[in-house]
Design a protein around this ligand. Sequence first.
Ligand SMILES: Cc1ncc(COP(=O)(O)O)c(C=O)c1O
Length: 371
Amino acid sequence: MHSNGPRLRADLPTPALLLDLHAFEDNIAVMAGHLKARNKAFRPHGKTHKCPEVAKALLRAGAIGCCAARLSEAEVFAASGIPGLLITTAVISKGKIARAVALAASAPDTMFVVDDRQNVRDLNEAAAANANREPLNLLVDLNFGRTGITPGQPAVELAQLIDSLPNVTFRGLQSYDGAAAHTTPFDARAARTAMTMGKAVETKQLLERAGLACPLVTGGSTGTYRFDSDNPGITELQPGSFVFMDMEYGTIGGPDGNEYRDFQNSLTVVTTVVSRSPGMAIVDGGYKAFSTDRPFTPRAVGIDGVVFHWAGDEHGRLDVTNASRDVRLGDRIEFLPPHIDPTVNLYDSIYVLRGDRVEDIWPIAARGKSQ
Ligand SMILES: Cc1ncc(COP(=O)(O)O)c(C=O)c1O
């Protein structure tokens, strides 16, 4: 329990990130329970929350570690004692490789991904200087549209190179298909991820036929976890957004229609009405309070008929002509963020609420750690 600061939702300074602990705990229980029942390991992605307290809550629910999008994010998690780190983007350049080696020296179970032969050689060379003499754990990253190497023979050859070098160890495959995560509707998403994850599983079989063990195949997302967890070749899942959800994920469709109901929105941005004129209210949340990368704007919670328009860095303009209740100066209005990861990255901390009581304040310690 935090000792300083406001104790009630109504007293929090705005704009601020609010976490509904009940919904958050339910989301974790749903994902962790689903994966446990299917005997899949659970290494959720920390890029969504960037918050060691969230990573710890996931570990308590059975996660075996935490993914990080970037080295600097992983360094923050490691400093907070989070085990089982997997950095899901390749570490390129001399300075970062030296930091990767230092991280692995202090957290030897850390894993890194690669998709390039020269990068493998660079990592191998740098790891020779590793103080604890443990080889670096590498996964071959498969390409389904962005980074990664072509599945099949090219991936096998990269794994063979890793296997031939003394200071790196081949641990398996990363098979993340970002486009599958938001494919709609539900059946198209199932088909897309079955196709791409199928290529990963084929690559694993090719590796084994070539005499290389491939104990780990990791991938999947909030959108595809149901399908990937039924795929016998996938060993672990790395979903991220499910802990908080966002407007976009709410629309990817479920088995029963356009809404995706597997998880609840647990995170909102609270704002205050700072100016009021006929039909219009200005709130203190604009480009600096929400991510702006989606073609739709934040949605008000607990009040209908309000339309949000961007009104600059610090402000949003609400059309309240058809609002379901009175909107007055000083009123607080909460919004669902359009896209969760870049929204969280705008804040220093999350106010953790049980009902209207502030139970805790969690630092978003890896906020801004994009290097
Ligand atoms: C490599 C990787 N794995 C997993 C995830 C988690 O996906 P989601 O937040 O859609 O669950 C992401 C998200 O971008 C990712 O980049």
